[in-house]
Design a protein around this ligand. Structure first.
Ligand SMILES: *Cc1c(COP(=O)(O)O)cnc(C)c1O
Length: 403
């Protein structure tokens, strides 16, 4: 592992190499931020342009039926389902992750009307915490946030909903989803998982999970602001309704009935008209996952993160590796701690290595197995060594949204 050829060999043997070649990143760029904004697979831009020019431009309103826009959210959900390890028919794309989480939490709470607590953890992504607080405020519940290690012990008969993000966006720590689900079932609590930092990078086992949501623009590469997705346990689809009844969730939207009757399938979780251009982009981007076993994504992801951690320990020992050293407890990104984090990341970026920063002192590198090269690992650590040798102290990092 102590020279580049080792990583070149891994690339040569990569079972996902044909997928890697379906992305065209700018020359010389080492992109380790696909967990924040995935890059576009080749062909997605052309598909979106065609939707604009031909479907919208030529067919106008007829395009809703002619080009399947009306069913696109459901068809997109059906393509995401295998990445979640669930059957088609119980996943629907739409809305943002925050909105999907709020709406789904509100639906979930109706299943346990006699309980008053929403349990989450303090490491959860802030927008998830805000949305859960909103759901609690609007229903008279209370949010209890404990440390991630304490979640399982805190699940009890007073908990209506356990709402967690599977992989911590900062440290990469991964919850034992099956253990949490088992415990929740024993105590009669409903579960809601945020899979934003999971789906597309690992296999998932949603056995015992009631609901899940996740992000379309990270590992799924759907494009900036791509719709999120919502999973509902099939057994709930005949009684759970969305917190907002809208015509897209109606059993017969074009009957224009004054009374709301929910659709029989997962379409009942929809509210209003979806952003078709963004859905088209996400749908097209999902092509690269066709025929890919999530377990092969996970195998490669573990190889990438493990070799990155090992190289960091030997080549940049002055930087601390944050998060679990056991790959079983890790997602697909790695955070490093250094007091000069704010100067190191801009220096890395100026040398073509794109990761991101989590103030005050973390830099974060995402490894998206569908497009990453193993040589990216080597090149990133070698560049980090150079940056540290040249002395950091560059400009303070100012950046836009990075999640
Ligand atoms: C990326 C991410 C989000 C993003 O939410 P949006 O509503 O799409 O802005 C939410 N939760 C988690 C855990 C995320 O990683």
């Amino acid at each position: 592992m102590d020279d580049r050829s080792y990583f070149e060999t891994l690339d040569g043997e990569d079972p996902l190499a044909d997928r890697v070649s379906r992305f065209e990143l700018p020359d010389g760029l080492i992109y380790l931020d696909g967990n924040s904004l995935g890059p576009p697979p080749i062909g997605v831009a052309a598909t979106v342009e065609q939707t604009l020019a031909r479907e919208w431009g030529q067919d106008l309103i007829a395009a809703w039926n002619h080009h399947g826009w009306w069913t696109l959210a459901r068809r997109t959900g059906d393509r995401i389902a295998p990445l979640l390890g669930v059957a088609p028919g119980c996943v629907i794309a739409g809305d943002t992750t925050t909105v999907a989480l709020y709406r789904t939490a509100m639906s979930a709470l109706t299943l346990r009307p006699d309980r008053r607590l929403i349990l989450t953890d303090t490491g959860n992504f802030p927008t998830d915490l805000y949305a859960l607080e909103s759901a609690a405020d609007h229903t008279g519940h209370a949010v209890v946030a404990v440390s991630p290690e304490d979640v399982i012990d805190r699940v009890g008969a007073d908990v209506a909903l356990v709402a967690l993000t599977h992989v911590d966006y900062r440290t990469g720590r991964r919850h034992d989803m099956s253990a949490v689900n088992r415990r929740a079932m024993e105590e009669g609590a409903v579960t809601l998982w945020d899979l934003s930092h999971s789906a597309g990078a690992m296999e998932l086992d949603l056995t015992g999970a009631d609901f899940a949501v996740g992000c379309g623009y990270k590992y799924l590469n759907g494009g900036p602001g791509a719709p999120a997705y919502t999973y509902v346990l099939p057994g709930h689809l005949d009684h759970v309704v969305s917190a907002i009844s809208g015509w897209w969730g109606h059993a017969d939207p074009f009957a224009m009935e004054p009374e709301f009757v929910p659709a029989s399938g997962v379409e009942r979780m929809q509210v209003g008209t979806q952003p078709i251009l963004s859905l088209v982009s996400l749908f097209a981007a999902l092509d690269v996952f066709d025929g890919v076993e999530p377990s092969s994504l996970r195998r490669k992801s573990v190889l990438l993160t493990s070799s990155f951690i090992q190289l960091c320990r030997t080549m940049v020992p002055e930087v601390d590796v944050v998060g679990p050293s056991d790959p079983a407890e890790r997602g697909s990104h790695v955070a490093l701690r250094h007091p000069d984090a704010g100067a190191i990341m801009p220096a890395l970026r100026s040398k073509g290595v794109i990761g991101d920063r989590r103030p005050p002192d973390l830099i974060r590198f995402g490894f998206s197995p569908i497009f990453q090269r193993h040589t990216d690992v080597w090149d990133a650590v070698v560049t980090l060594r150079r940056v540290l040798d040249s002395g950091s102290g560059g400009p303070v990092d100012v950046e836009g949204p990075v999640t």
